[in-house]
Design a protein around this ligand. Structure first.
Ligand SMILES: Cc1ncc(COP(=O)(O)O)c(C=O)c1O
Length: 402
């Protein structure tokens, strides 16, 4: 049976990581994998997380099964962190909300995909072009048909909002639109308030359901301002889904911590949707891992740890914008002109728009590892490597003349 297995393509990010690890050059630079890095290139554990773990070590009483919805306290705290106060405080409103703890943002996306495929097997799920590379396999595995809307204009190197609206007009009623809330991966271009309002009314007119993906909360413009798009959708839509990743925001990547929040029209629908989501989870991973959620819960429940975490997150956010400036200030001549758009983008990623030839040249000649299409993790740039990054970018630009 297994001898003739049909092998699909390897995840490009994991492939890049393997190539990076295999490179013997001690000066190699990884701008590919999407983890936050400090000025020394490390992905540190936050002090707030360490303190929360120390607290758990002392006070945790049991590791018994939690159930498919995960920890109810985690679910309540994450809902409060993300949603408008009014929605979480008023019992009538909160009855139309359902939050489930998931294994990372990826787990939340997959449960959302399974739920959509179950509720409307004919729905097309619309992804940005370019999408986060993992969106495609997650939703295809859920059996959904995929469509793409223009998002990034490779010539202007900015958001193509007109293209986005034009493409979404081809969607059929009942289709779902995946929109990243803040720090778009891979482009670093987000919608502004007016664009969110316009997109929201377009989706209402066309009867499309928004599926918001939030993986960089607090790392773009701030914990509250990164939720701008979510607030617009909350205000105007009765039916929406939100997938949340705690991986970057709390720096707990391998703890696999996230949540799926679903808002439905009324209480009865919410109860049915919740029950079916739990059934789908039982048929998949049964229940989410507990440790990451316990860390987040401990931090959000403690005034002191909450403040500490906010301080550390803000520092990381400011470092990311400093990294953009460091890169653009260090480039000169035509290369500086070519990459000036980097300063207008936000979050951990930017999209350099590099060809496969340029990317392999960067890997083979300069030991510089950059993701598909030229996605760079801006946080990977530091004082020590910025000179070599600039030289390498200049060299591939010279060779291809573009
Ligand atoms: C846009 C986007 N969504 C979701 C995720 C999922 O994050 P995780 O599963 O690591 O929590 C990521 C991670 O890179 C992402 O970039």
């Amino acid at each position: 049976m297994l001898q003739s297995i049909d092998v699909g393509p390897t995840d490009p990010i994991l492939m890049l990581l393997a190539q990076y690890h295999a490179d013997p050059n001690p000066e190699k630079i990884d701008l590919g994998i999407g983890v936050y890095r400090d000025h020394k290139g490390r992905t540190p554990i936050l002090k707030a997380v360490k303190q929360a773990e120390a607290h758990l070590l002392k006070h945790e009483q049991s590791k018994a099964y939690l159930g498919p919805a995960g920890d109810p306290t985690f679910n309540t705290l994450v809902t409060k962190l993300l949603l408008d106060d009014q929605l979480t405080r008023e019992p009538a409103l909160s009855e139309t909300l359902c939050t489930l703890q998931t294994p990372g943002g990826t787990g939340a996306l997959r449960v959302a995909g399974d739920l959509i495929a179950h509720a409307n097997p004919h729905a097309t799920l619309w992804l940005s072009n370019p999408p986060w590379v993992t969106h495609r396999p997650i939703f295809s595995s859920a059996g959904l048909q995929l469509g793409y809307y223009r998002y990034f204009d490779p010539i202007k190197r900015s958001l193509d909002f007109e293209g986005m609206k034009e493409d979404l007009r081809d969607a059929a009623p009942g289709d779902v639109v995946v929109i990243q809330v803040a720090g778009h991966n891979p482009c670093g271009c987000d919608l502004n308030l007016q664009q969110w309002e316009e997109l929201s009314s377009l989706m209402l007119d066309l009867n499309l359901t928004p599926l918001l993906d939030l993986a960089y909360h607090g790392l773009c413009t701030g914990l509250e301002s990164d939720l701008l798009g979510l607030r617009v959708i909350q205000r105007h839509h009765q039916e929406w889904l939100l997938t949340y990743s705690a991986s970057k925001t709390f720096g707990i990547y391998f703890e696999r911590t996230g949540a799926l929040i679903i808002h439905c029209k009324d209480k009865a629908v919410t109860q049915d949707v919740r029950q079916e989501a739990l059934n789908l989870i039982c048929g998949n991973y049964y229940m989410p891992p507990g440790h990451g959620a316990s860390i987040v819960t401990t931090i959000l429940e403690s005034e002191e740890l909450n403040q500490q975490w906010r301080k550390e997150l803000n520092k990381a956010r400011l470092r990311i914008s400093d990294c953009r400036k460091l890169l653009t200030d260090s480039l000169n001549g035509t290369t500086a002109w070519h990459y000036r758009f980097l300063n207008h983008q936000r979050g951990m990623f930017s999209y350099l728009g590099l060809s496969e030839t340029q990317l392999s040249e960067l890997r083979e000649q300069h030991s510089l590892y950059i993701g598909t299409g030229g996605r760079i993790n801006v946080a990977g740039i530091n004082e020590k490597n910025v000179g070599r990054v600039c030289e390498a970018l200049k060299a591939v630009q010279r060779q291809t003349g573009g």
